[in-house]
Design a protein around this ligand. Sequence first.
Ligand SMILES: Nc1ncnc2c1ncn2[C@@H]1O[C@H](COP(=O)(O)OP(=O)(O)OP(=O)(O)O)[C@@H](O)[C@H]1O
Length: 261
Amino acid sequence: MMNYQAAAAVRADGLTVVRGGRTVLRDLSFQIPRSTVTGLLGPSGCGKSTLMRAVVGTQARVSGTLEVLGHPAGTAPLRSRVGYVTQAPSVYSDLTARQNLDYFASVLGLTRDERREQVERALADVDLTSRADALAGNLSGGQRSRVSLAVALLGTPDLLVLDEPTVGLDPVLRRDLWSLFHRLVAERGTTLLVSSHAMDEADRCERLLLMRAGRLLADDTPEALRDRTGAGTVEDAFLHLVDTARREEQGNRAVPGEAAR
Ligand SMILES: Nc1ncnc2c1ncn2[C@@H]1O[C@H](COP(=O)(O)OP(=O)(O)OP(=O)(O)O)[C@@H](O)[C@H]1O
């Protein structure tokens, strides 16, 4: 049986990131097991996008250890093995959905046959086959986001890093996207790291990384988090952990002697 470390898709130890002179990620240590969906949850500004940028290798001033699929984050062997979708869809508006995919497939160096097969598969994955010949500029925001996701699926990456992929989607599309994520794990062995503000999405993940103010509050399964905190929902578990962290910070700030009073 593989040990946990060998099975890790991402391994961080003492990961720290400085942006604009501020430490925005502080001493994070965690592992993301392969072939799972891990949710990265926390309030706006807590550092989710920064952590994702570090994992895909686009973030400067990263210190500590950060290994992705057994290689240092951002190094050459990972280039075609990691897919990344940012919050803003990155597609060409003057190309159709299919032309966008075909273009990115050729950048990946796929042969003509591979390209044809993978483009059609990616369109079907995100349920856009019927809109494949529409200009990306004429698609809705949610549809453009799905073209971006389809681009990231080309080449069958081992790790998919998705920054808030369900924001602005209606409940049916959100559900469909989550079932796609689980299908990618089950059928292609993909590992997914998915960020969200929405705590109600937590239960769709096998593991959770809960963040607050650049620090990791928890790295656990949703069930274990609820059990550990005695909370009924992951949202309540998160609030419980935030309150505990705040109390600890206040305790640390208290003048020695005052605390004893
Ligand atoms: N270019 C930058 N220079 C300096 N600080 C930055 C820069 N970009 C982001 N930050 C700061 O880094 C911190 C983390 O930002 P980040 O975008 O990672 O948070 P987030 O959790 O993804 O937020 P959101 O959910 O709103 O997208 C924030 O305090 C933000 O103000």
